[in-house]
Design a protein around this ligand. Structure first.
Ligand code: GUN
Length: 295
């Protein structure tokens, strides 16, 4: 029997409906409008498109959203000054600096300059540390989206064998941590595989839940998984383009092969992707409530 499809499109739409209600309540009862500022440096088309999608979604949910675009030759000092300005702005609850940044700017310096309370990406070292300690914090959006996908499709994580493929700061490291912590949606036994793992299939075949964030198109085939496994594909790889110039995307999982053997699987596109932007909105609402003393 083919796998159940875990639709990030549908689950994200449900969460967005919940957020719309919450944003409206905050406005009516507390005169509070969650505010997001996105900062894009340069004119990379993929980054432009991501930032546009973040702003469109924010406005659609009733958030106050502002996009700032700076030229590709912006200095680190100029960007730091802008971040500082928004750190002090009481109407801004979330600040997102789109990555990657041009080479003259040190990303770590910028991420560390954003106030941890406004760090809606969850990339500030303070939030990374709080996550590891299991303390309340702004969680990074993609791992948080994966937790929501698993919880809302009622996947049991307690005692489950979870294998994460990939060890990035944005996905692999945080999701591995979140999955083994003593918490609802956690309590799993976690293995992390990476480019130096000797026998990938040996590990991935043990997984009840396989989370793949390696950035290699279609690297996981049916031979890598156990019958009935839940497969979460974080990869978004451009593998070509259509005659009309539209990008053809593939995940890190060979969907057509794995769908025959998995119990449940996220598609690409339409799986983890829509969840990531939705969690950014959730974080902005959370940051605004925190700032207003409502949490
Ligand atoms: N570039 C690609 N993904 C992300 C993300 O989640 N946040 C930021 N700030 N930049 C990105």
């Amino acid at each position: 029997m083919p796998a159940t499809l875990i639709s990030g499109v549908h689950i994200a739409a449900t969460i967005r409906d919940e957020l719309r209600v919450e944003v409206s309540r905050l406005k009516n009862e507390h005169n509070l409008s969650p505010g997001l500022v996105t900062i894009l440096v340069g004119d990379d088309p993929a980054s432009q498109s991501y930032v546009r999608a973040k702003n469109t979604t924010a406005r659609d949910l009733g958030l106050h959203s502002q996009q700032i675009t700076l030229s590709a030759d912006t200095s680190e000092t100029e960007l730091l000054q802008l971040v500082h300005t928004y750190n002090l702005d009481p109407l801004t609850h979330g600040i997102l600096v789109q990555l990657p940044l041009p080479s003259q700017i040190n990303e770590a310096n910028i991420l560390s300059a954003i106030s941890p309370e406004k760090d809606v990406d969850g990339f500030h070292p303070v939030n990374v540390g709080r996550l590891m300690l299991g303390e309340p914090c702004l969680l990074p959006c993609t791992p948080q989206g994966i937790l929501e996908l698993l919880q809302r499709t009622h996947v049991e994580t307690s005692g489950a064998e979870v294998v994460v493929v990939g060890r990035s700061n944005i996905v692999g490291k945080p999701i591995a941590n979140l999955m083994f912590q003593k918490r609802v949606g956690g309590n799993a036994t976690v293995t992390v595989c990476h480019t130096r793992t000797r026998d990938m299939a040996f590990h991935t075949k043990r997984a009840d839940i396989l989370i793949v964030a390696a950035g290699v198109a279609k690297m996981i085939t049916a031979d890598h998984i156990k019958e009935g496994a839940v497969v979460i594909d974080v990869g978004v790889n451009r593998i070509g383009q259509t005659a009309s110039g539209k990008a053809v995307l593939a995940g890190d999982v060979d969907f057509d092969d794995v769908v025959k053997k998995a119990g449940a699987i996220t598609p690409v596109p339409g799986g983890v992707g829509p969840m990531t932007i939705t969690m950014l909105m959730k974080n902005t609402v959370q940051a605004a409530k925190q700032a207003a003393g409502l949490l």
